[in-house]
Design a protein around this ligand. Structure first.
Ligand SMILES: CC(C)(COP(=O)(O)OP(=O)(O)OC[C@H]1O[C@@H](n2cnc3c(N)ncnc32)[C@H](O)[C@@H]1OP(=O)(O)O)[C@@H](O)C(=O)NCCC(=O)NCCS
Length: 164
């Protein structure tokens, strides 16, 4: 299995992978146009010659990025692919100096395993909710807000702990 940055040639496979979960209300839909426009944000998992997983890392502000469109093909779940995709997104966030990686999710137990922590939704900046107008659950959102604190966060807020 290969984890690599997405290319424009992956979009035809990424779009239906995301759409099946958008249809279930698990994530926002992504048009092909949106994927092309934001392709640099995306990483894919490739196995058996096909795209079996996607994740997007979107920078929201100087200290905050968001994991979006995390999707693993149903036939390939439970093999560590979701974990590897999120770890790659976290690595990218670290490289960019971002302090916190956010996920708005229904998969709290999955993200807890990856050291994300539940935070108060009201503590998040308004720009986090910008795309919610595209969501079916706009007026009754029940997603859980979870944050991963990167090494950049630890070195700023707890410099002693970060070198221990
Ligand atoms: C959530 C999702 C990305 C997980 O991908 P995956 O490749 O099956 O997960 P992994 O195999 O990497 O699992 C990593 C760990 O999390 C656990 N895990 C996976 N899905 C879980 C879930 N829904 N609830 C609790 N634990 C879960 C695994 O057992 C594994 O634990 P381990 O390391 O102790 O063995 C995948 O199920 C998916 O695409 N779901 C539908 C779309 C979705 O909800 N995306 C999230 C939007 S924020």
């Amino acid at each position: 299995m290969e984890i690599r940055k997405a290319t424009i040639h992956d979009v035809d496979e990424m779009q239906p992978l995301i759409q099946q979960y958008a249809d279930q209300g698990l994530m926002l839909p992504r048009s092909a146009k949106s994927l092309y426009e934001h392709i640099q944000c995306f990483t894919v998992a490739v196995k058996d010659g096909k795209v079996v997983g996607t994740v997007g890392l979107h920078i929201l502000w100087k200290d905050l990025a968001e994991v979006r469109s995390l999707a693993v093909d149903p036939g390939y779940q439970g093999q560590g692919i979701g974990r590897k995709l999120v770890e790659r997104a976290i690595w990218e966030a670290e490289q960019l100096g971002v302090e916190q990686v956010l996920s708005l999710t229904y998969q709290a137990d999955f993200f807890r395993k990856l050291n994300f922590h539940i935070v108060d939704r009201d503590s998040l900046p308004h720009k986090v909710w910008k795309d919610c107008v595209y969501c079916k659950k706009f007026d009754r959102c029940d997603e859980i807000a979870m944050v991963y604190y990167t090494q950049s966060f630890k070195s700023v807020h707890d410099p002693v702990a970060s070198i221990l």
